[in-house]
Design a protein around this ligand. Sequence first.
Ligand code: FES
Ligand code: MG
Length: 579
Amino acid sequence: MSTGRETRRLEDLRSHQWYGTDGLRSFSHRARTRQLGYLPEEHLGKPVIAILNTWSDINPCHVHLRDRAQAVKRGVWQAGGFPLEFPVSTLSETFQKPTPMLYRNLLALETEELLRSYPVDGAVLMGGCDKSTPALLMGAASVDLPAVFVPAGPMLPGHWRDEILGSGTDMWKYWDDRRAGLIGDCEMTELESGLARSPGHCMTMGTASTLTAAAEALGVTVPGASSIPAVDSGHDRMAAAAGLRIVDLVHRDRKLSDILTEDAFADAVTTVLGLGGSTNAVIHLIAMAGRAGVTLTLDDFDRIARTVPVLANVRPGGRTYLMEDFHFAGGLPGFLSRITDLLHLDRPTVSYDTLREQLATARVHNDDVIRPRDNPVATEGGVAVLRGNLCPDGAVIKHIAAEPRLLKHTGPAVVFDDYRTMQRTIDDPSLGITADSVLVLRGSGPKGGPGMPEYGMLPIPDHLLKQGVRDMVRISDARMSGTSYGACVLHVAPESHVGGPLALVRTGDTITLDVEARSLRLDVDDEELARRRALWTAPPERYERGYGALYNEQITQADTGCDFAFLARPGKVPDPYAG
Ligand code: FES
Ligand code: MG
């Protein structure tokens, strides 16, 4: 670990402008800090570390973070910093409707403006439930202070009778079993208590585990942080270590921009693909890279995917294990040690001058959980990027989580204009849906959803479930939960709400999916499509006022990360004291 401190002069600390100058404002800030109960020697001349905490009573994935912030503070104090905790909004994947994706950019904006407007020299960012990781890092990258991310950590594995359950993944599975009449209400009541046994984020390789792993691969967590179970004592120690680290980073002026480089994002893409991670990572990493001034495209994902085998045997991409198994098998350092030839080892992290040093002692302790290169879970990365007349700006599919027979498939479309209609009618036998049908859902993109909800794993109609059908080709402009599975084509861009070709599909049209050729085609000729386009009228906007109206106005499409245009564009925003 780096110890060489090129200690900055006190006057160079950002907080010095608030506290250290000879003027009325500094006098006032010092007086108000006395009001907070602090002695001058507790804070004057010390780096101010903001702890941005997404804890909330409504967020089971972050409910332990209120306590965990104390461990971060411990580390900051030990290292000679002055910690201040800032509560920021919580994005609960379970409870926030229509989807926390609608609010990812709001938390990013809040993060950016809090860090900018208060006397902050460095930040510790605490989150983990799906969108909170990208949101915090997007905001912090825009301010470009030194920052360390503290991942919330996965919850303990679920248990029901003698079965081990994965949150999300097994929820869908048992819900389907109930719909198919295989289990009843008693079993469901027991499952309610068994699916999620402790604080922490989903313990499958869902969006949360994928994004916290991406943060670790980027180099913004302490080594090995992302897989530590939320309730393990090691999680406290990791939080304290983050507190120690951030003070050193401030002294050495190592900012996020030193760490969030093009090479770092390439390695994060390699990581999420090699983990068989969530498709949501595609959108979030593109948005995060944008904030760091790095251009990352869908094609980068597809190109890198062809070079990376999936080595993490963690559900739902892998077949067997959960995050706790992954942790004890070596965690992300162990996993990265298996793919060092695919990584950029000379880049810095928050802990080391090079990733090479950071991985020097990393080992894998269980070859079935983190597979060796000659025995991968899949020979190619977990996400394929599709092109074609149905998705001119791209679409994605997590093909390793689909039934292989569907990866090349032609079938008649059954189209649903929106989610509610789909929910109401999907089981109606008069729709004539067969196992070969291609289910199409539109009106579920960034603007149409709104917020691009996780509707992409459309349910299999009851009568087909009862026949044993468990996967079908499904296409939408929605996202899919990282814990979902199936032959679901997602993120179709442009979305139907803004007139993308998905808006023109009609029930009965033939659609061809060919994952190997990376193609998604609507088998309708251009003339007919032009005729349909002339008849198409744009649906009304979803919001007339408020945050939703701002969202409507500013949201970009999935292929560019769904950031707000005014936040994504480059340009400096001055420090409050700089004018
Ligand atoms: Fe929070 Fe899954 S609900 S990570
Ligand atoms: Mg999720």
